[in-house]
Design a protein around this ligand. Structure first.
Ligand code: F6R
Length: 243
C-alpha cells in the first residue's frame, strides 16, 4: 500500500518531500540518500538548501548516490546529471564531494561501470531514503518499460519517448544521448523509505496506473506497490484521474 499525500501544488509537494529528507538526516548524520534529477526534485532541493542556509540542516556527513547518468557525458557537460546535482544542490550545501556518487558517464567499459556501481551500492547501502520522479511511461531511474524488472545497474537504450521528453533540456534533440546508466530496481526496493514526487496533469494517467494498476515491468514504477514504506507526493493535477 502506497501512502499518498495530495498537495495543492508543486511547491507544497516540494516542501513535504524535503521534510522526509531533513528528518532522515536529523536522525542519522551520515544518512545515505538516493537522489534523482529532472524537474520533479528541483523544488525539494531548493527547500533543503534553504534549511541549510538557515542552519537547520547539515550535510557534512551525508552520503548521496544518484539513480542515473547519461552515457558519454562528462561531469563538466551542462546536461550531465553530475552537473545537475552540483547546480541544484551540492554547491549550496556543506556536502563533501567524495561522499557523492553518480555513475561515470565516461567509463570506458559499460559492464565494468555497472559492476562498480553495484559494488558501491552494496558497500554503502541500504539507502535510507530514495527519491524518485516518474517518467510518462512509468520509468524510474532510466529503467524503461521492459519484459522483466532489471535488478542491477545496467546501461540502457533510451526509448524514443524518453529521448523526446528529455530533448527539452538540450539545444537539439539530436544531442540527447541514446544510452544511460541506471541503478536497477533492487536497491530501490531495498531502500528503507521511498519518496516519489509527481506533479502536473501530464502525469495523471501514469499516476493512476502506478497506484491502481497491475504490477508489471511494462510500467516499472508499479513495483513500488510492493514496497513497505513508499510515500507518493502528488499535486491535485497528477491525482485528478485517481479515485
Ligand atoms: C532522473 C530520473 C528520471 C526522472 C523522470 C521524471 O534522475 O531518474 O527517472 O525522475 O524522467 O522526470 P521529471 O521529474 O523531469 O518529470
Amino acid at each position: 500500500m502506497m501512502n499518498i499525500i495530495k498537495t495543492k501544488n508543486y511547491n507544497e509537494a516540494s516542501r513535504i518531500a524535503a521534510g522526509y529528507f531533513a528528518r532522515a538526516i536529523q536522525q542519522k548524520a551520515d544518512a545515505l540518500l538516493g537522489l534523482a534529477t529532472g524537474d520533479s526534485p528541483i523544488g525539494m532541493y531548493k527547500e533543503l538548501i534553504r534549511m541549510h542556509q538557515e542552519d537547520l540542516l547539515h550535510f557534512d556527513q551525508v552520503r548521496t548516490i544518484n539513480l542515473d547518468e547519461y552515457k558519454g557525458l562528462s561531469p563538466q557537460n551542462e546536461q550531465s546529471y553530475r552537473y545537475f546535482m552540483n547546480q541544484h544542490l551540492f554547491q549550496y550545501v556543506d556536502i563533501r564531494e567524495s561522499n557523492t556518487y553518480v555513475p561515470d558517464g565516461l567509463a570506458a567499459d559499460d559492464m565494468q561501470e555497472c559492476a562498480r556501481y553495484d559494488t558501491l551500492l552494496d558497500k554503502l547501502g541500504p539507502i535510507d531514503v530514495q527519491l524518485l520522479g516518474v517518467g510518462h511511461n512509468g520509468h524510474i531511474g532510466f529503467n524503461e518499460p521492459n519484459d522483466i524488472f532489471m535488478k542491477h545497474t545496467n546501461c540502457v537504450d533510451l526509448t524514443p519517448s524518453t529521448i523526446q521528453a528529455n530533448a527539452r533540456m538540450f539545444h537539439d534533440a539530436k544531442e540527447v544521448p541514446t544510452q544511460a546508466y541506471t541503478m536497477g530496481i533492487l536497491p530501490i526496493m531495498m531502500a528503507k523509505q521511498v519518496v516519489i514526487i509527481v506533479c502536473g496533469s501530464a502525469k495523471a494517467s501514469i499516476v493512476k496506473a502506478i497506484i491502481d494498476g497491475a504490477i508489471t515491468p511494462a510500467i516499472p514504477a508499479s513495483i513500488l506497490q510492493c514496497h513497505q514504506n513508499v510515500i507518493l507526493i502528488a499535486d491535485e493535477e497528477a491525482l485528478s484521474l485517481t479515485k
